[in-house]
Design a protein around this ligand. Structure first.
Ligand SMILES: Cc1cc2nc3c(=O)[nH]c(=O)nc-3n(C[C@H](O)[C@H](O)[C@H](O)COP(=O)(O)OP(=O)(O)OC[C@H]3O[C@@H](n4cnc5c(N)ncnc54)[C@H](O)[C@@H]3O)c2cc1C
Length: 396
């Protein structure tokens, strides 16, 4: 078997992996980034919505942005609409988010990594981990030429929801069906959507334990999808069946140009370091359990991972205790995700009647900011009995 040696090997060239690799390389480390697919960013398994906070981490080139949203509309089962926009906030300038072109965005992030000196290898899959006692010491990769042992002092596993590397390294990464959203999405054209707004549709017959979304992509096209809790798929109905029903009602004249299927971990974060290894992004279950959004969190965690690994090299200490600094610095993010997990447990069990009541309670509200947390705070204030268990978490 061939053998190679790097300081750091990063598995998975999604947003988390590329940012982690770039950050580590910027401190002078010799970094290899591997991606099992033949093209970075393809296939897209994402609705591509992201907050404008992404600009705190990377400067976005125009071609990575499909549309800019001025707001979001959330529809309860009876059609009551809660609008989050400039009109309904105290802020003058509503800064909601972008709908990305992830195909280009993921490639752009990998290019930034390559420009910082990272070696990027596509169509290369990590199939097992190399160990020395309790320490992970690299990975075995498979590509068109066979297997290679890649030795490294640290492995950063950013291998997404299907992550195997963490489990192979002995971390507990199993997800129970109740903590997994399974999703189906159509890329549609010929749909009449308000290009300024992302839309979310709630209801137990629309998407049990999840929601349906319509994210505009410009020129009468949109990502239209449904995510449902894996444990609540009734009578064998799959996310695709719910999506087909939604599309029949909402866009009977639309045409489907693309279909994707995927899953989002909504368990909240797990233990993500062991001797010689750090998990990042969906692999560390860092997607937001309430909204399912994981791009920004993967980027934030990726940057922290890269920084912590660089510091571990200064100390020449790659033990779990040394790398635990990563969990320390992710603490604020992780605590916020655990709160969203608790909110999800409650909200995803509401009946349609309760969801309608919640939506109606927000009539005329002026929000402080435009995000799910702010929305929850207003809901708690207006529905203290229904949401009593969340008050301590979000209002204190
Ligand atoms: C249908 C759907 C819609 C979504 N919509 C949104 C949204 O609108 N906004 C949002 O913020 N989030 C959304 N998400 C979640 C978001 O896509 C993820 O949270 C985000 O991509 C996580 O980034 P990551 O870098 O951790 O992992 P990923 O982006 O999943 O990247 C992991 C990479 O690792 C590679 N890989 C896996 N195993 C190996 C291996 N053994 N060897 C080499 N490479 C490997 C994969 O091919 C992949 O490229 C959605 C998810 C789904 C499924």
């Amino acid at each position: 078997m061939r053998e190679e040696r790097y300081d750091v090997v990063v598995v998975g060239a999604g947003p988390g992996g590329s940012i982690a690799a770039r950050t580590a390389a910027e401190s002078g480390l010799n970094v290899l980034l591997i991606e099992k697919n033949q093209e970075i960013g393809v296939p897209v398994r994402c609705a591509e919505g992201v907050s404008k906070r992404v600009g705190d981490f990377v400067r976005l080139p125009k071609e990575c942005i499909a549309t800019e949203a001025a707001g979001a509309r959330i529809f309860s089962p009876d059609g009551t609409c809660v609008e989050l926009s400039e009109k309904t906030t105290q802020r003058r300038l509503a800064e909601v988010g972008y709908v990305l072109e992830r195909k280009l965005f993921d490639k752009y992030l990998a290019r930034l990594a390559a420009d910082s000196g990272v070696e990027v290898r596509v169509k290369t899959q990590a199939v097992s981990v190399l160990r020395n006692g309790s320490f992970v010491k690299g990975v075995v990769t498979k590509d068109a030429f066979g297997d290679t042992e890649i030795f490294a002092d640290v492995v950063i596993a950013a291998d997404g929801v299907e992550s195997k590397i963490g489990r192979l390294a002995g971390l507990e990464t199993r997800i129970k069906p109740a903590d997994l959203e399974v999703c189906a999405q159509f890329y549609m054209t010929g749909v009449d959507v308000d290009e300024d707004f992302s839309e979310f549709y709630l209801g137990n017959s629309i998407a049990p334990g999840g929601y349906a979304w319509v994210f505009p992509k410009g020129e009468r096209s949109a990502n239209v999808g449904v995510g449902i809790e894996a444990a609540r798929s009734k009578n064998g109905a799959r996310a695709l069946d719910y999506l087909k029903a939604f599309v029949r009602r909402k866009f009977p004249k639309g045409r489907v140009l693309g279909k994707i299927f995927g899953a989002v971990p909504v368990s909240g974060p797990i233990k993500s370091v062991a001797d010689g290894i750090i998990l990042v992004g969906d692999a560390a279950r860092q997607a937001d359990p309430l909204t399912g959004g994981g791009i920004l969190n993967a980027i934030e965690a990726g940057r922290i991972a890269g920084e912590v690994v660089a510091e571990a090299f200064e100390r020449k200490d790659f033990s779990k205790d040394s790398l635990r600094e990563y969990e320390e610095r992710c603490k604020e993010l992780n605590e916020s995700l655990m709160k969203m997990y608790k909110a999800r447990l409650l909200v995803s069990r509401f009946s349609d009647k309760e969801l309608n009541r919640l939506a109606r309670s927000l009539e005329g509200v002026k929000f402080g900011e435009l995000n799910a947390r702010e929305l929850l705070k207003e809901l708690i204030k207006r529905n203290p009995r229904l949401l009593t268990s969340l008050a301590k978490l979000f209002l204190s």
